[in-house]
Design a protein around this ligand. Structure first.
Ligand code: ADP
Ligand code: GN1
Ligand code: MG
Length: 364
């Protein structure tokens, strides 16, 4: 987006100073994110501007109602315990009309105060960061245990319903819009051979065997900001998929991303080796917070959830490849397929390590 257009957009928000600069920012796969710098005579300040992806989030108004409700709730909670709201809270910038997003030339835009002095990592550089991210997501889950789930809109229907994801894959395969299915027989076979996994968590939620909780649902490491000084987690961000779900989704998705020592689209698959030590690190951090609230059945399924969430993500990448790369941001042809390959390699590794993963959980 041109700076001229960005200035038109940011002028609708209550900012300190004039917008002087804006650059694409971060590694998110969904929104178009910019860091915006403003200047007054004496200081400069940074903000996050997002062009909200309304192909992914079909009802932006209701999505933003969720974000307003949740960020307000978490702000109050942080204040009550004497926390630092500027560092620990994702906060929306109001518009001059008192709203929290604008519509401009058909697109939806929102702004956040920039959380300074903290970093998001796309790969685990230090195990301590991963441990701290586990503590942060688990504490986040705990904070939301008193949030009224019935007020939340389901921003993406069936987001972690792996049966639905599997069926969507079959539908895209059947349609085969771009005639790409012929090139990926191994990937198709890999998914089909694992249909047996896809109902497990959905069924346990349905039967009430495991509780429905308010969960983040997108717990990858780059959705938590790590304080540059203390190296503790500062804030949990990317709250768009906060919905009723299972804590197994949050645990499994974090493992999927963080226990891969390489990038999500690494081509040299021999480098993509599931890091079981980091699995243990994360589980320790997560259970240090939730040990008294997690149920036995949830605990017994932590290791399985990591396999399932990784498989699910791989299925989603293949589905998007078949659909013509319309959902996830891609930077080159075949990126979704490369991402799927890393996920499937991790699934294969975890299947081989499954007993050891379960032993680790039992020991903790
Ligand atoms: P996406 O849904 O596309 O992943 P995110 O909301 O996660 O979008 O934002 C993308 C990236 O922008 C994050 O990974 C993070 O690096 C950065 N970011 C988002 N919000 C903030 C914020 N308030 N302060 C600083 N950086 C942020
Ligand atoms: C997307 O938004 P981002 O980049 O944090 C996706 C997640 C996937 C992830 C894969 C709303 O996360 O579900 O697990 O990519 N978010 C949405 O990296 O679909
Ligand atoms: Mg993100």
């Amino acid at each position: 987006m041109e700076l001229r257009k960005i200035k038109q957009i940011t002028s609708a928000f209550v900012l300190k100073g004039e917008t002087v600069n804006a650059m694409r920012y971060g590694n998110g796969h969904i929104h178009e994110t910019y860091v915006v710098t403003t200047m007054t005579k004496t200081t400069s300040k940074r903000y996050i501007l997002q062009h909200i992806n309304n192909f992914v989030f079909k009802d932006v108004e209701k999505l933003m109602d969720n974000i307003v409700a949740v960020t307000t709730y978490l702000l109050k909670e942080t204040k009550n315990r004497g926390g630092n709201v500027e560092k620990e809270c994702l906060r929306l910038v109001p518009t001059k009309d008192g709203a929290y997003y604008i519509k401009h030339e058909g697109g939806y835009y929102r702004m956040f105060y920039f959380i300074e002095g903290a970093t998001t990592y796309s790969v685990v550089e230090k195990p301590e960061h991963f441990y701290e991210s586990a503590v942060a997501f688990a504490s986040f889950q705990k904070s939301l245990s008193t949030f009224d789930a019935t007020t939340l809109f389901e921003s993406i229907e069936g987001f972690h319903n792996t049966r639905k994801r599997y069926n969507d894959f079959l539908a895209s395969l059947e349609l085969d819009k771009l005639n790409r299915a012929k090139d990926i027989p191994d990937e198709i076979a890999f998914i089909k051979a694992r249909e047996k996994y896809v109902d497990k968590i959905v069924d346990m939620l349905k039967s009430g065997e495991i509780p429905t909780r308010v969960t983040h649902n997108d717990t990858k490491l780059n959705n938590v900001m790590i304080d540059d000084l203390t190296e503790k987690a500062a804030a949990v961000i990317d709250l768009d998929t906060l919905m009723p779900g299972s804590l197994l989704y949050d645990f499994g998705d974090a493992i999927r991303f963080g226990c891969n020592p390489t990038s999500e689209d690494e081509k040299k698959l021999d480098k993509v080796v599931f890091n079981i030590d980091l699995f243990e690190t994360y589980a320790k951090g997560y259970l240090s917070v939730l040990h008294d609230t997690i149920t036995d059945i949830e605990r017994q399924n932590l290791a399985f959830s990591a396999i399932l969430m990784t498989l699910e993500c791989g299925i989603r990448f293949v589905t998007d490849y078949l659909d013509g790369d319309v959902y996830f941001t891609t930077h080159y042809e075949g990126q979704n397929l490369a991402r799927a390959h890393t996920q499937f390699k991790l699934v294969t590794d975890m299947e081989a390590l499954f007993d050891r993963m379960n032993d680790i959980i039992s020991r903790i």
